[in-house]
Design a protein around this ligand. Sequence first.
Ligand code: ATP
Length: 296
Amino acid sequence: TTRPRADAIIRPDFKFEEMGIGGLDNEFTQIFRRAFASRIFPPGIVEKLGISHVKGMLLYGPPGTGKTLIARKIGNMLNANEPKIVNGPEILSKYVGSSEENIRNLFKDAETEYKSKGEESSLHIIIFDELDSVFKQRGSRGDGTGVADNVVNQLLAKMDGVDQLNNILVIGMTNRRDLIDNALLRPGRFEVQVEISLPDEPGRKQILLIHTKKMKNNNMLNPDIDFDELAKLTKNFSGAEIEGLVKSATSFQISKNIVGTKINKDVEKMQICRDDFLQALNEVKPAFGVNEEDLE
Ligand code: ATP
């Protein structure tokens, strides 16, 4: 009996709307179709095309826009293994001396599973955050110790070798695509590239709704909040900054429930309101995407 390939199953209970990602529908679709979809084709089709599955994908764009989030969720949807997340600067500093070994170890589980299960092996996702710190253009790499070069060579060797393994997808992330060495963008390496940009107004509204959903369900959100208004007021905010805004607004409301050192007896009934958000907007500012025009 052949059981279906484990990586070929979209979890039947999976609902796009419940994913907790705001405003990245197009990006999600692109990532899914270009980097993952061939894996859920019936066996044989990819082989007939004479190609192999995408082994590497680059997600680029400002910090905090949901690159890690989207990679995790797609993996989740496909029943992939919990992704292994590594961070460029961390590999270079923390593991000096053994960084090549660390890269090798990242691939070990996938290799072991592929050896025993072949095409029935489940998908292993490796997320490489802050890729640019390690993969700068030739000649400008790392700190001059050669550690960065070793890491690059080891990762490339692994990715090039991954051709024989069908169960790995390496997702590189960067805020600076312009710094990435072209050698990395070749076929078989980070061949699919998708930009994740700052959310637009409808996207920001969705993200606000996602991060206030729990309080709303618990009746802790005042109806005076107008999310269309907040979406307008959060121009240039990343998803992470919107999440920060919600936290800030919440802390303003919490502070209003303390009188002196006493907690308000009605604290159970507290509700985050519009005014809390307006206060928070004075505190939380977007780091990216602010241009002259916006400052006028
Ligand atoms: P970095 O480039 O700094 O690594 P990133 O793009 O990988 O950032 P994430 O780590 O995915 O960003 O985002 C941080 C957090 O911000 C997420 O865990 C989530 O709570 C929130 N967030 C970011 N973008 C979105 C979004 N589009 N929808 C909902 N939440 C978001």
